[in-house]
Each structure stands twice: as structure tokens, then as C-alpha cells.
Design a protein around this ligand. Sequence first.
Ligand code: AMP
Length: 178
Amino acid sequence: MNTDLLLSHLRNIPDFPKPGIQFKDVSTLFIEPSCLNEILDELVRLYKDKGITKVVGIESRGFVMGAILAQRLGVGFVMCRKIGKLPGETRKQSYLKEYGEDVIEIHTDAISPEDVVLIHDDLLATGGSMKAAIDLVDSFGAKNIYVNFLIELRMEGLKGKEFLGNKAEITALLTLNE
Ligand code: AMP
């Protein structure tokens, strides 16, 4: 994978959405066709032989590469959304954020115990949202769970990967020390 190509197109926005946060803006990767191809080729290489039957994308930046990858793997794409957005019957999972609680959900008929699931999101920070997604997918009885991020953020005191535990094999395309 051409790491330099991806790093040269990734935009850092300081102090967004609040002072002290270095926001990694993946929209500048998505707007560049060569980056889309590079990311997709790497994801296909990593996951084509894992027997994956569903890709779950986490709202909203996880929808972009998640859906393209699902198409390339020839499997279905499932949306994992914030509470209140999905119209059908859902299964829910709550998790703690810096301020208060959040809830994510997936349609009850979207995943079955026969599925091998890849959960994809753009970035790993504390791991709180992905841990909730892993627990949610696990509650469907999925046979096996893989987890992928475009970026793993490593910061002093940030133990995102450890927090995710060992229910899933975790891969990130880029690791950034900030
Ligand atoms: P966390 O649950 O703390 O691992 O946060 C991950 C989610 O928050 C991902 O969906 C990211 O899109 C977003 N996020 C958290 N921190 C950042 C950051 N520094 N830059 C860009 N996105 C972030």
C-alpha cells in the first residue's frame, strides 16, 4: 500500500470540533480517486480470503469505504446508525461517551448467526463507538467478527485497541502518533 500517497492527502484540522482535538479529515482522501483505489485495493487484499459475508459500516464516514468494499467482495452492506434513524425493527447497544450516553442500532434482520462480519469505520480513537458496534454485532451471534479502520490514532493515554478486547481481529491501514 502507498502509505505516503494516503498521508499526503489526509487533512488535519486543529481544534475541531473543539479546542485541543486534531481532527483527521478523511474527506480529502475520499475526494481523490487515486486514494479511493489505494484504500480499496488494500482492503480487498486484507479481506478477500476471510469468508466475509457482510460488511457493517459505522455512521457516517464508515459508510463510504464500507459500501464500496462490500460491493467488491460481493457481499451485503449493513448500516450501523445512531438511534432513531433506521425505520425497521432494530437491535440496540448503548455506550458511554465523554459527555453522557449514546446508542447505536442495526436492523434485526440484517445479520444472522451464519454471517462472518467485517465492521468498518474511518478512525479509532478511544474505541468506545467500535466496542459498542462489536458487542452489537456479537449479540446477533455472528460466526466471526473482523474490525477495520482507515486510521488508528495513538495518543498518550489513549488505549483504543486494548479497549476493543479480543472478540475481533483488528486492522488499521494507517497508524498516526499524535
Ligand atoms: P472513538 O469512539 O473515541 O474511538 O471515536 C471514533 C469515532 O469518532 C470515529 O467514528 C471517528 O470518525 C470520530 N473521531 C474521533 N476522534 C477523531 C479525530 N481526532 N479525527 C477524526 N475523527 C475522529
